[in-house]
Design a protein around this ligand. Structure first.
Ligand code: AMP
Ligand code: MG
Length: 494
């Protein structure tokens, strides 16, 4: 049984107070020999916590689940979900607990959640645990996304348990302490929706409005406005993923957050060469969650969010569908708008430039045809703006195709009073040099699994400053060598 810890983390239990019926009170299962692998100092400071105290014995005891902060009421959250399109009425936190919420110096409320914290009543066949590699992957990738300006949950710590977990092989175990705007998911609404208790869905919706989308409370139809706010937040999120080549990997409805943060970073990875069909996850045989399909599947997931909300939107089912449908359909235009704004910035153009989206689509088509690396390809464009086309041309097997595109691009870029140096500098603030390259992530996770944290620490340091080219880090900017390439697969942590 976990013990009670002192005032290191003052956690609130608002979710537990307000949303009875959507959780089981549950304490993390202590681990044998907790040892911190990562304490995220920048995040700790942002939360008003002392990183050194977190890394000390009392802090580690909490982060590992061996002690529960005084006053906290940890719970395992209930949720349902569509997994690869198939309905599962009861998923829930099988290996995680929500310790409680922390209100930071910025006034924002965030969940502190432990993943790999032992079996819960939702565990089904699982062992409740997690391995070091996947938990560190979540840390590396979420730090990268955060630095790239993409909303995401983050790791406050990864603590080795000193206990083995058995997957294909015996692996060292770890607990991830995760911080999130909340863990409300599309699947949370789906779960509430099938409990036969309309008041529960209403309580959940009211809670989600208050916590994430407070402007919806003032709308004529608050629940329709909540739906619209989530559609908008997800459209913005997916557009950002697309700009940086991020492939989430498991966009089941239980992995889509109401807050609009990236959540549940399992078999996720960044794409090298542009290809809409890019899939890394070993279980995604049909390519349902391929890079290029993400906008479509997230809209599908949002349709599943509409179902439990319909009775709140209007008493008559047909009226409710008539009201929700245009909102769901608006995802496409919202996504297109976010995508176009971002691509204009990547191309050095004002965010409402009329030619931006077409130029962006055409460039991506050329990159796909030429198997050009997404990150390197966009970064090379700033050199072109500074007058040197060579780095960009060198990436294209058919430089003439690039030249023809670049001519149109230059014509669109030219404008009175536009300073190429300022344009290039702005592009360098939006087109990263460094993303967590798959071969480097794999190398770093393998080393960490074998006890050497150096490569993970170096990789995190690199991806935390993605826009600033630093001497000596050339290898981090390169795509995977051909020997690594094509068959690369990622695996769920289960
Ligand atoms: P995920 O693939 O991490 O999104 O998890 C899908 C579902 O499986 C969730 O309900 C998880 O809590 C559960 N799950 C995943 N891994 C485990 C595990 N090792 N033990 C218990 N439950 C798990
Ligand atoms: Mg999940």
């Amino acid at each position: 049984m976990s013990t009670t810890a002192g005032p290191l983390l003052a956690l609130d239990d608002e979710f537990a107070r307000e949303l009875e019926g959507l959780y089981v009170p549950w304490r993390p299962e202590p681990v044998r020999a907790p040892r911190p692998l990562v304490v995220n100092a920048p995040l700790a400071r942002e939360l008003g916590l002392d990183p050194d105290a977190l890394a000390g014995p009392d802090g580690v005891a909490v982060l590992a689940g061996n002690a529960v902060p005084d006053g906290a009421r940890p719970v395992a959250q209930a949720y349902a979900g569509h997994q690869f399109g198939g309905w599962v009425p009861r998923l829930g936190d099988g290996r995680a607990v929500l310790l409680g919420e922390l209100v930071g110096p910025d006034g924002r409320r965030r969940d502190v959640h432990l993943k790999g914290a032992g079996r819960t009543p939702f565990a089904r066949g699982g062992d409740g645990r997690a391995a070091v590699g996947p938990m560190l992957r979540e840390h590396v990738v979420s730090e990268a996304l955060h630095a790239l300006g993409v909303p995401t949950t983050r790791a406050l710590a990864v603590v080795a348990t000193g206990e083995p977990v058995y997957r294909e092989t015996k692996l060292p175990g770890a607990v991830l302490a995760r911080v999130a705007a909340s863990h409300l998911r599309v699947g949370t609404f789906q779960y509430a929706g099938v409990q036969g208790d309309p008041a529960l869905v209403r309580r959940l919706a009211d809670y989600a409005i208050a916590r994430h989308h407070p402007q919806a409370a003032d709308a004529d139809q608050p629940y329709l406005a909540l739906f619209e706010a989530v559609v908008e937040a997800q459209a913005a999120l997916v557009a950002r993923w697309m700009h940086v080549g991020f492939v989430h990997g498991v966009l089941n409805t239980d992995n889509v957050a109401i807050s609009g943060e990236t959540i549940d970073l399992g078999p996720c990875a960044f794409m090298d060469a542009v290809d809409p069909e890019t899939v890394f996850s070993s279980i995604d045989h049909g390519g349902r969650y391929a890079w290029g399909r993400q906008p479509l599947v997230v809209q599908w997931d949002l349709a599943q969010l509409a179902t439990p909300l319909l009775p709140l939107i209007a008493p008559d089912a047909q009226d409710a569908v008539a009201a929700a449908t245009p909102v769901l359909e608006s995802f496409v235009a919202r996504y297109d708008r976010h995508w176009a704004r971002g691509i204009c910035a990547k191309l050095g153009m004002p965010e409402d430039a009329p030619d931006g989206a077409a130029l962006g689509h055409d460039l991506l088509r050329l990159m796909h045809a030429g198997q050009v690396d997404l990150t390197a390809g966009f970064r090379a464009l700033s050199a072109a703006v500074r007058g040197d086309d060579a780095p960009a041309r060198a990436l294209f097997a058919d430089p003439a195709a690039f030249d023809a595109w670049a001519e149109r691009w230059r014509a669109a870029l030219a404008g009175p009073g536009r300073d190429p140096q300022a344009t290039a500098a702005a592009m360098d603030r939006t087109n990263p040099v460094y993303v967590p390259r798959n071969h480097l992530v794999e190398e770093a996770l393998t080393a960490a699994t074998d006890g050497d944290l150096g490569p993970v620490e170096r990789l995190v340091d690199v991806v935390r400053r993605p826009f600033e080219e630093r001497p000596g880090l050339e290898a981090y900017a390169q795509p995977a060598p051909a020997t690594f390439g094509a068959g690369f697969q990622t695996f769920c942590g289960t």
